[in-house]
Design a binder for this molecule. Structure first.
Ligand code: NAG
Ligand code: NAG
Ligand code: NAG
Ligand code: NAG
Ligand code: NAG
Ligand code: NAG
Length: 564
């Protein structure tokens, strides 16, 4: 719906964001619906908030030249391009992303007209404008209808609107308003399993270190990961691990883990922490989280230089070489505008030389977690073409009685409804879809970005949690794509270490490189990812939306990286 009203008022150049309300009340502006959606099935209406309840809103301002940054991001990430590896620094990125003075002024003027003058800025480039207003003001400003919604069978209540509008003349200046139409639920990937001790299997194809459980030594043997630690300091080669949801990583547990599984590394080896947005990581008995313990312990497996524990980070000259995150959303819970805004941040990080890795999710074709569904549920950020999505494999018996890597049944994979197939995977996806034929037609989007991109083992990882001083720790077994993303991230960080030693730039955004050297992966051709009452997609020869290109062979991946 477009509300027509008299246009016409004069933009004034504003030197600060906080200005006083103009003396005369300007005419209302023509408005246009910016985002609208139907109520997602996992939320129900829970009432109308009092009109004078306050709500914190943030406006994402459009970037000066996002399409220019996108071009540069492709150029620096595509092997063979003359700019390959020439990642941007903070100031170069800023020039593309910072909102223009016209944009800041236009949006500030509109807010001031509506009596909103106390504005805050946030984001790496001050691209978010924040303010606090009564619900009644938010409703009239945005022609919205903010209501309370509660999660079906869950604890959360959100204040959201199913639609909002912005002035027609500000469409080019406003990316989105948040929180409005998103209904996100963050899910972690790690799941406890009953510890397996007695199912040792005879095999010729899998290292003996992997026969009953997955440990650091098993991963080294399975993928050929060197046992010598990285040589470069965290200044050049940080591997960052995101933490959320009150999941805490305990240094005491890491020490016990190293003593048990990496006796060659000093057990005092530890990680650095950086807190954002009120994040914390208290060190105390019985505070450890399964996800946090897993993520920190398996990034320590290979890289012993140093790590950073962060809840998020800003883009500047010290961006990490690798960032791994084991949490995901269902794509449809976000709106296309919000997904796109976040995806652009991953693009910026890629342009700056950071490899962004995400666990693909643990619900097979039903999304982040196993849920009932009528069409396949893609997970975000895995569907963002600028991240590398990591799925899981499992060791299983083949017909000849040998252990082989197959798809793990929980591994999420499929196709985006928001992002189209990026050029780097066009051939891979087309080949898979040709083989798939009409199977599952209507349940997934055949023009969407396919994920995951790669996989590593993700079943029966041993972790140490809530260990006590002087008592031998009892390992716990966990499953999930949360095992796989830290493992793959560690491999990339070690490859970066070798590249730096060879005087070469780090890998940065990985996907154009990975899809240009598919032969370095162990192709996984058995297993599938059931969900939504189906058997899910099947792993096949070549890329598939279950295990991606396959699992890494370190030596071959390193050789390809050195010659890219
Ligand atoms: C945007 O960036 C591209 C790539 O660097 C550049 O060619 C183009 O001139 C820029 N456009 C504007 C309006 O600055
Ligand atoms: C302006 O907003 C900030 C952050 O929301 C708040 O702390 C501060 O008290 C506000 N100032 C005024 C004058 O309202
Ligand atoms: C990696 O690939 C090389 C070359 O094909 C092979 O010799 C080696 O055994 C592989 N390593 C592992 C751990 O599979
Ligand atoms: C980079 O970001 C970190 C974390 O926010 C900050 O401590 C550091 O000062 C920043 N460096 C530059 C050059 O802006
Ligand atoms: C892994 O393989 C074993 C042996 O075939 C099987 O029992 C188990 O269900 C599989 N687990 C997953 C998560 O794929
Ligand atoms: C399928 O994906 C394309 C490309 O991202 C998108 O334009 C289209 O809207 C999607 N279709 C549905 C039904 O979601």
């Amino acid at each position: 719906m477009v509300y027509l009203a008299a246009l016409g008022f004069v933009l004034t150049a504003l030197s600060t964001l906080s200005t006083t309300l103009a003396a005369s009340i300007p005419a209302p502006r023509a408005m246009v619906v910016h985002e609208e959606r139907e109520l997602p099935t996992h939320f129900s209406l829970a009432g109308t908030p009092s009109p004078d309840t306050h709500i914190n809103l943030k406006i994402a301002l459009t970037a000066t030249n996002m399409s220019g940054l996108e071009k540069v991001a492709w150029d620096v990430s595509t092997p063979g391009n003359s700019l390959y590896g020439q990642h941007l620094n903070y100031d170069q990125t800023r020039a593309y992303v910072v909102p223009s003075p016209e944009t800041i002024s236009a949006v500030t003027t509109w807010l001031n007209e509506n009596g909103i003058t106390n504005l805050t800025t946030s984001g790496a480039f001050n691209e978010w404008l924040g303010f606090t207003v009564p619900i009644s003001t938010a409703n009239s400003l945005l022609q919205a209808n903010f209501q309370k919604f509660s999660e079906v069978g869950g604890p959360r209540e959100l204040t959201r609107t199913l639609s909002y509008s912005i002035p027609v003349d500000l469409e080019q200046h406003i990316d989105l308003v948040y929180p409005t139409t998103d209904f996100v639920r963050l899910s972690k990937g790690a799941k406890f399993q009953v510890h397996k001790t007695s199912d040792k299997l005879a095999t010729r194809t899998v290292p003996t270190s992997c026969q009953s459980e997955i440990t650091p030594q098993c991963l080294q043997d399975l993928y050929g990961i060197p046992k010598t630690p990285a040589t470069h300091s965290w200044n050049d080669n940080t591997l960052a691990v995101s933490g959320f949801l009150e999941q805490y990583a305990e240094k005491a547990d890491l020490e016990q883990f190293l003593a048990k599984y990496r006796p060659d590394i000093p057990p005092s080896t530890t990680f650095q922490q950086e807190f954002v947005d009120g994040g914390m990581n208290p060190q105390a008995p019985l505070m450890a989280g399964d996800e946090a313990s897993l993520d920190i312990q398996y990034t320590t497996v290979t890289l012993m230089a140093s790590w950073t524990w962060r809840t998020s980070f800003s883009i500047n000259d010290t961006t990490p070489g690798v960032l791994t995150t084991s949490y995901s959303f269902n794509e449809g819970d976000l709106t296309p505008a919000l997904a796109n805004n976040l995806c652009n941040v991953y693009m910026m990080l890629g342009a700056c030389g950071t490899s962004i890795l995400y666990a693909s999710g643990d619900g097979g074709v039903s999304g982040g977690q196993s849920e009932s569904c009528t069409t396949f549920v893609p997970t975000f950020p895995s569907t963002c073409p600028w991240v590398t999505s990591v799925g899981s494999t499992n060791l299983t018996m083949d017909g000849a009685g040998d252990l082989v890597e197959a798809a793990a049944t929980f591994t999420s994979g499929g196709f985006s409804n928001y992002f189209s197939t990026p050029s780097y995977q066009n051939d891979a996806v087309e080949r898979y879809l040709t083989d798939l034929g009409n199977t599952y037609s209507g349940l997934y989007n055949s023009s969407g970005r396919g994920y995951p991109d790669v996989s590593t083992n993700g079943v029966n990882f041993q972790i140490i949690m809530d260990s006590l001083p002087l008592v031998p720790p009892i390992p716990l077994s966990v499953d999930g794509t949360s095992c796989s993303s830290p493992a793959f991230a560690s491999i990339i960080a070690l490859i970066n270490d070798c590249l730096i030693a060879a005087g070469k730039p780090r890998l940065g955004f990985l996907n154009p490189f990975l899809y240009s050297c598919t032969e370095v992966f162990n192709d996984i051709t058995t297993g599938s990812n059931p969900g939504c009452g189906t058997n899910g997609f099947s792993a096949m020869k070549g890329w598939d939306p279950v295990t991606g290109l396959g699992t890494p062979n370190f030596t071959r991946l390193l050789d390809a990286a050195l010659s890219a």
